[in-house]
Write a protein that binds this ligand. Structure first.
Ligand SMILES: Cc1cc2nc3c(=O)[nH]c(=O)nc-3n(C[C@H](O)[C@H](O)[C@H](O)COP(=O)(O)O)c2cc1C
Length: 200
């Protein structure tokens, strides 16, 4: 599969066969991530691959507790909350591989003013997102399905304590990976012309 084929074939795949992900496949995904561009080439991405059921359950249950608490504060119906928490848990636990993606500001430049500090943080987030895109494309290219889930973004402290991550690792997302059990939702994209402002 060449690059444009992978770009267009990639879909968010949320259901997987139970087949496990082997070390070579994991290595392929992380190696693709490693070669992403990053601001100042500081490579702020950090990865925590989870393949054991116990690790996936621990993470899903810890994040589920936070989701439930947040939704109760929103005043949502208890049955709808439980269904959503259960659905999110199943997606994590049933994925053969979960890669928790964090970023660290430890190697980024430091500034005294808020504007440049914030810009530096945004650069780290952008760089980490590029690494994730590489994971998603690499997964497609080797016949795997994957999906970005933003849940860790809402509870980085819980993710850090549950997984024993270093203090400077800030969870951004998780990527579920496995052999695809379906084709994903239909590919829908808005016309490029709607998203383009020509200024030449
Ligand atoms: C930043 C980001 C956050 C996302 N978060 C979630 C998520 O929490 N749950 C989910 O099912 N999909 C999530 N997705 C996947 C999007 O829903 C998906 O990319 C979009 O619907 C387009 O579909 P496609 O990836 O199949 O082309 C996320 C994607 C991105 C880039």
């Amino acid at each position: 599969m060449n690059l444009m084929e992978a770009v267009k074939a990639r879909r968010s795949i949320r259901r997987y066969h139970a087949t496990s992900i082997n070390d070579d496949q994991l290595e392929c995904l992380l190696s693709a991530a490693q070669w992403a561009p990053s601001a100042h080439n500081r490579q702020p991405w950090r990865f925590t691959p989870l393949r054991s059921l116990s690790a996936k359950e621990a993470l899903a249950d810890a994040m589920g507790g936070k989701l439930r608490a947040d939704r109760r504060k929103d005043g949502d119906d208890e049955r709808i909350i439980s269904a959503d928490v259960q659905r999110s848990r199943a997606r994590i636990v049933e994925a053969p591989l979960v890669i928790v993606v964090s970023m660290s500001l430890s190697d980024m430049d430091q500034y005294k003013d808020e504007l440049r500090s914030n810009a530096e943080k945004v650069m780290a987030i952008q760089s980490t997102a590029m690494a994730v895109q590489n994971i998603l494309l690499a997964a497609t290219s080797i016949g795997l399905g994957a999906c970005w889930m933003c849940a860790p973004l809402f509870c980085p402290d819980i993710v850090r304590s549950t997984l024993g991550l270093p203090a400077d690792w800030e969870a951004q997302a998780l990527v579920t990976v496995g052999a695809p059990a379906n084709e994903g939702k239909p590919a829908l994209r808005k016309p490029i012309a709607l998203m383009t402002h020509t200024a030449d």
